[in-house]
Design a binder for this molecule. Structure first.
Ligand SMILES: C[S@@+](CC[C@H](N)C(=O)[O-])C[C@H]1O[C@@H](n2cnc3c(N)ncnc32)[C@H](O)[C@@H]1O
Length: 226
């Protein structure tokens, strides 16, 4: 069986997962960070608690807290089901089974929900949708994409990927993307074209190993500097 999502689901990871996925150093955490397709991840909330500011964008943020909470509840069954049927595609070491995974994710998403309304008022959660970002050129030092680009290769075209990365590079000095695999833990078919095209444009493009592997073989990120 293969993993397939008809649409892009709201599902959220933790601060520590972001640190590991993107090799975020103490210096990185002090940068002005834009996190794209951040959904119900708790990275923004935890950063705020330690006195740092992240701006997250996601089309999900046009909904109120209660509606997002309901969407998360609906998504829970779908993601748990797909993960259970595809257990062999994941590394069960840090997380021991699907049930524990569900608990970890729900803890992160509850943290997001508790911060959501305040974060909206503080403009930390902004409704926006790649490939367009409502920001000035070079407004950020670092732009992140976790579990959106490359992962949804079946749902999002190569053009969408190129336009989205160009837009992230317009508003930020550097872009980091994780994972480089699609839903079925296969390297995204878009990756070679993206790397070639960005390199031709004069960007520095590096595939960097990271201390995070949940999808089997999914332990590198793409770092793009313009
Ligand atoms: C699987 S979630 C990942 C959430 C978070 N980044 C993480 O890793 O925990 C994918 C997110 O992409 C968002 N999304 C869908 N279309 C988008 C678009 N065009 N631009 C930005 N985000 C989008 C969804 O709403 C969803 O919250």
């Amino acid at each position: 069986m293969s993993v397939k999502y008809e649409s892009i689901v709201p599902w959220g990871r933790s601060f520590q997962e972001y640190v590991n996925m993107f090799n975020l150093t103490f210096d990185d955490l002090d940068k002005s960070i834009l996190s794209c397709g951040d959904g119900p991840a708790s990275f923004n909330s935890t950063m705020k608690k330690s006195g740092k500011t992240v701006v997250s964008i996601d089309p999900l943020y046009n909904l109120n807290r209660r509606t997002i909470e309901k969407k998360i509840e609906e998504t829970y069954e779908t993601v748990m089901g797909q993960t259970k049927y595809n257990e062999d595609k994941f590394v069960w070491s840090t997380v021991k089974d699907v049930e524990e995974l569900g608990n970890i994710r729900m803890t992160s998403m509850r943290e997001f929900l508790s911060d959501y309304e305040t974060g909206k008022i503080e403009n930390r959660y902004i409704t926006a949708e790649l490939p367009y970002l409502p920001f000035e050129n070079n407004q950020f030092e670092l732009a992140l994409s976790s579990h959106f680009l490359f992962l949804y290769t079946e749902n999002l075209s190569l053009d969408f990927h190129m336009n989205s990365i160009d837009e992230m590079l317009r508003v930020s000095e550097e872009v980091r993307i994780f994972p480089l695999l699609d839903m079925n833990a296969v390297p995204s078919i878009h990756l070679p074209y993206v790397v070639e095209s960005l390199t031709k444009k004069g960007c520095k493009v590096e595939k960097i190993g990271v201390n995070y592997e949940f999808q089997k073989g999914g332990n590198s990120m793409l770092k793009i500097t313009k």
